[in-house]
Design a protein around this ligand. Structure first.
Ligand code: ADP
Length: 167
């Protein structure tokens, strides 16, 4: 008997939703997207709109800057959403939810989210990638804190990503 050849499905492919606040999108996020492109045919970067939280960068600007940054990558789309993540994934036809994990502090939250999402949509698989060890300290909240105190945040963002901020 011959071993069946791996199918396209068995090798990955398909599309993934990468949901987050991305306020701002950091080098850590960009690394997850870069590595995700090895696994998936298409990645939807989905900026979640939180009605309760205004955030730092307006959602429209988060989307605009990311669209500009990834404009030459046809396998990436940037969208915003304000519904349940699994509902939005289904709407887009994404079979996977992509997330990143830095340390044990992220773990509890990511596990809880993955469990809830599995209950809501058993057909949508959460795929979690471990952070690059050099990027575990990179977080949107630290970037916001540094910006608040007038420090340069350039090295925390992927090179070429520019936010147009009003003073
Ligand atoms: P959320 O508000 O949903 O946690 P974030 O924008 O903070 O959204 O993060 C989106 C995803 O990216 C989360 O899974 C988070 O753990 C992951 N992430 C954030 N920073 C990094 C990093 N430096 N390395 C790897 N993954 C990261």
């Amino acid at each position: 008997m011959t071993t069946p050849r791996p199918t396209r499905e068995g090798q990955g492919g398909g599309s993934a939703l990468f949901p987050g606040s991305f306020d701002p999108f950091t080098r850590g996020h960009a690394d997850i997207v870069r590595r995700g492109l090895r696994l998936f045919d298409h990645i939807f970067i989905a900026v979640g709109v939180n009605e309760q939280k205004h955030g730092w960068i307006p959602v429209e600007e988060r989307v605009r800057a990311l669209r500009e940054f990834y404009k030459d990558e046809p396998r990436i789309s940037v969208v915003s959403y304000s519904t349940l993540t699994v509902d939005f994934a289904r709407e887009l036809g994404a079979q996977y939810i992509l997330r990143g994990l830095r340390t044990h502090k992220d773990y509890e939250y990511e596990l809880q989210m993955a469990d809830v999402n599995r209950q809501l949509a058993p057909d949508i698989e959460t795929v979690v990638l471990f952070s690059d060890p050099e990027l575990t300290t990179v977080s949107s909240s630290i970037v916001r804190e540094l910006a608040h105190f007038g420090r340069d945040i350039g090295e925390w963002l992927p090179e070429g990503l520019v936010y147009l901020m009003k003073d």
